[in-house]
Design a protein around this ligand. Structure first.
Ligand SMILES: [Cu+2]
Length: 335
């Protein structure tokens, strides 16, 4: 018994020593999950290219925190499911050791399945193209190697279309304006102020980020998407020198739409809930896990990462499609 304890203690001591050796000379500790944006900065003249693929799957409807089954009462058409794929091309550049600039181009591919309540005919509407380009800055308020506080500021430019059209059964072969969730952009310039706090502890990182999406003015079709507020926190840990894993919680709340899309059929809000401006708001809390594989440190080399998550709480102004699955795959190359 005593021998076993001694062996155990020795083993523990050995692993602790080897762990410290592995970490010696390794400047960067674990990083933020790939689903988090703007949670690191670069040194002067350092730059990074990235590609992320994000998928969001929504299946079935919800009103408040309860599921509502189709056919949705009070409407002629019930949305059944929606898949949103987003390809994100990003670039980062360290203007100085304190300021990093970023640009991100999203390319979206959205598809929504519906069923006509009366005759149970199913149909799909689709929209794809570029979304709103986002230009952002990350400013290091504090960065002492162990702890950092970053100020985030971003502006999105309305490059995404708000005039996506497709054929629906009632349109008799004609393309008609699609409801709000099928549009690719907000149509407005949007501001994204935020703050990120990071704490590094021996091969681990603890992070908290708060961010808002504020819409400026009305878009060209006469409406404004709801503002959004997000709070996320993660813990990532280096399993080996090149491999790390993370766990994250993300809470988000967003408002309804102001105004009405003047290109939408005036009858659309009584046909389908996605055309209702008062059935867009919600609150969601997601739990996500991630893995990350690095060649070299974070500031030089490549990183391949994935993060997958699902809501643990969802409260929607419904009936509205509920989110079931979110995942992000990404590559980041630093030069
Ligand atoms: Cu970067």
């Amino acid at each position: 018994m005593r021998f076993t304890i001694k062996c155990g203690l020795l083993y523990l001591l050995a692993t602790m020593t080897s762990f410290q050796q592995v970490n010696a000379g390794h400047i960067m500790t674990a990083e933020e999950p790939i689903g988090v944006m703007g949670a690191h900065s670069h040194h002067e003249d350092g730059w990074m290219l990235s590609y992320r693929f994000m998928r969001m799957e929504m299946d079935g409807n919800r009103d408040g925190t309860n599921s509502v089954s189709s056919p949705l009462p009070g409407f002629m058409v019930s949305p059944l499911k929606m898949t949103m794929d987003m390809h994100m091309l990003g670039g980062m550049y360290g203007v100085s050791d304190k300021l990093t600039l970023m640009i991100m181009l999203p390319i979206l591919d959205i598809s929504m399945d519906h069923r006509v309540n009366m005759n149970r005919v199913e149909f799909t509407t689709e929209a794809d193209g570029i979304g709103d380009i986002k230009i952002s800055g990350v400013y290091d308020l504090i960065n002492d190697g162990k702890q950092s506080l970053l100020l985030n500021m971003a502006l999105s430019v309305p490059t995404g279309s708000i005039d996506e059209k497709d054929i629906i059964p009632a349109s008799m072969g004609l393309e008609v304006q699609l409801p709000y969730p099928m549009q690719l952009g907000s149509g407005t310039y949007d501001l994204f102020p935020g703050i990120t706090w990071l704490k590094s502890i021996d091969g681990s990182q603890l992070g908290v980020q708060a961010r808002a999406t504020l819409r400026l003015g009305d878009n060209g079709n006469g409406y404004t998407l709801g503002d959004r507020y997000m709070l996320t926190s993660w813990y990532s840990h280096e399993v080996t020198r090149v491999f790390s894993s993370s766990v994250r919680i993300a809470a988000e709340t967003w408002d309804n739409i102001d105004g009405i899309d003047d290109k939408l059929n005036p009858m659309a809000p009584v046909m389908v809930p996605t055309a209702r401006t008062d059935l867009r708001a919600g609150t969601r809390v997601d739990l996500l896990v991630g893995v990350s594989w690095d060649t070299g440190g974070h500031l030089t080399g490549h990183r391949f990462a994935a993060e997958v998550g699902a809501p643990i709480h969802q409260d929607l102004d419904g009936p509205q499609l509920e989110t079931d699955l979110i995942f992000t795959l990404g590559w980041q190359g630093s030069f």
